[in-house]
Design a protein around this ligand. Structure first.
Ligand code: SAJ
Length: 430
């Protein structure tokens, strides 16, 4: 049976592009989101998130009538759940040393909402990055809400409703291309569940749909992001070791990477974004005794901003020692880059933003922020930070803190040479 109507629950960074891709293949798509503003924005053919090319696809899908957004689920043949899986505890609370626990209550709410409109023959797919066991848990919630329907955990291949986990794996900034080109991991609760999910994704996925079970699919996604976190932690640890030994870590890494089987990633000011710094905790919280390396990597990456701020404090002290007639008020610190990675405007969960804010809180002089990808600073930032053009910052800075390797900075890397003290977390000023 083919899918004529597809519903996507959660119209965020993954749900909306996914809904738009199905609609672009002329499927009727019902997008569901609890946020009325999001629903209204999409129904006007506009988008509420920043992602290249997505605006055009959503606009076309809405105006051609293939995509509509609603706040309450309606009947469909397939439901894809792409809601957030945050933490129960506040990971920014530095006094809380407990291991962050994933909060899958949004998945529970979404499954209870769709349960009301489920019918025999439907397919339910969990796309949200989830701790191992979440898909089976979701199937239990669905079964509890609909005792009149059978589900795979009891009925196996004969289930009325099929259930699978198919984690999203797209890179922010490249979502539209990667949704189509990337391979998909399809973890059905039975072989039939997997086969139906493959049929659904084949609507627009050109990559290979590789079949496994739900638990392995959940772990595959967590493994990918944990692997990257561990590799970045290795690079970050190397940068701290090299600083102590007076070795240029970027030269070192490029030399080591000439070995045919070595591929070290790049150090930075810490790991940001909504995935790499989050997903490893989903493994650690399930298996705290076993996930030693993954846990240590998280700690190494989370502590890098503190190391960077300390470097800035040392630069301030060095300047004052060399200029006894000056005070801290005479020092202008320019922070280059606020986004969580190069050439994007996404400031959420950004170590660069956090470091700039921390500096502004203790520093008595001026703090300039250079971020070519934004027009204004978020209100949450300390009030004494001024958004400044690159040239002006270069002219006025006593200390330059390079936090993001935006293309503008790499292009003008020679201009940083005039700044008396540089803390370069990205290896731009060699
Ligand atoms: N970073 C470094 N050094 C590096 C590479 C990255 O410090 O060599 C930092 C970045 O500056 C950034 C953070 O890591 O702060 C994360 O950036 P990223 O480009 O590694 O990853 P994300 O968070 O944008 O997207 C990741 C991707 N996962 C992998 O590459 C394994 C993406 O494919 C996932 O779909 C996404 O997480 C997700 O949604 O889970």
């Amino acid at each position: 049976m083919s899918f004529s109507t597809i519903s996507v629950i959660g119209l965020g960074y993954i749900g909306l592009p996914t809904a738009a891709m199905f609609a672009s293949r002329k499927k009727n798509v019902i997008g569901v989101d609890v946020n009325q503003h999001t629903v209204d924005t999409i129904n006007r053919g506009e988008i509420h998130i920043v992602e290249p090319d997505l605006d055009m696809i959503v606009h076309a899908a809405v105006t051609e009538g293939y995509l509509k957004a609603v706040t309450v689920p309606e009947s469909a043949d397939a439901f894809l759940i792409a809601v957030p899986t945050p933490f129960k505890n506040d990971i920014n609370n530095k006094n809380d040393y407990s291991i962050p626990e994933p909060d899958i209550s949004y998945i529970k709410k979404a499954s209870e909402a769709i349960a009301l409109v489920l019918k025999k023959g439907d397919l339910v797919i969990l796309e949200s990055t989830s701790p191992v066991g979440a898909t089976e848990q979701m199937a239990e919630w669905l079964a509890d809400a609909r005792p009149d329907l059978s589900f795979p955990q009891v009925a196996g291949e004969n289930a009325d409703v099929n259930v699978a986990h198919c984690p999203e794996r797209v890179l922010p900034g490249h979502v539209v291309r990667e949704l189509v080109e990337n391979d998909r991991v399809i973890g059905g609760m039975t072989a039939k569940c997997s086969a139906r999910a493959v049929e659904l994704y084949n609507t627009f996925v050109q990559g290979e749909c590789v079949i496994t079970n739900a638990r392995t699919a959940e772990m595959a996604k967590l493994t990918e992001n944990s692997c990257r976190d561990v590799q970045i932690a290795f690079a970050n640890e190397l940068s701290i070791i090299c600083d102590k030994l007076d070795i240029d870590v970027w030269e070192l890494i490029s030399l080591a990477n000439r070995h045919p089987r070595i591929n070290i990633l790049q150090p930075g000011p810490g790991v940001g974004g909504h995935c790499i710094a989050v997903d490893p905790w989903f493994i650690i919280s399930k298996t705290p005794e076993e996930a030693k390396l993954i846990h240590t990597a998280r700690e190494v990456n989370d502590s890098k901003p503190v190391w960077v701020i300390n470097k800035v404090k040392i630069a301030i002290a060095d300047f004052l020692l060399a200029n006894p007639d000056k005070t801290a008020k005479d020092i202008t610190i320019a922070c280059y880059g606020l986004a969580f990675k190069p050439d994007i405007d996404d400031l959420r969960e950004s170590p660069a933003l956090n470091i700039t804010n921390q500096i502004a809180k203790f520093h008595l002089g001026k703090v300039l922020a250079v971020e070519p990808n934004v027009k204004e600073l978020p209100n949450s930032l300390a009030v004494n930070i001024r958004l400044t053009e690159l040239d002006t910052a270069n002219k006025n800075a006593t200390i330059g803190v390079i936090l993001v390797d935006h293309k503008e900075f790499k292009l003008h890397s020679k201009d940083f040479k005039g700044i008396a003290y540089i803390v370069d977390t990205r290896g731009i000023v060699k």
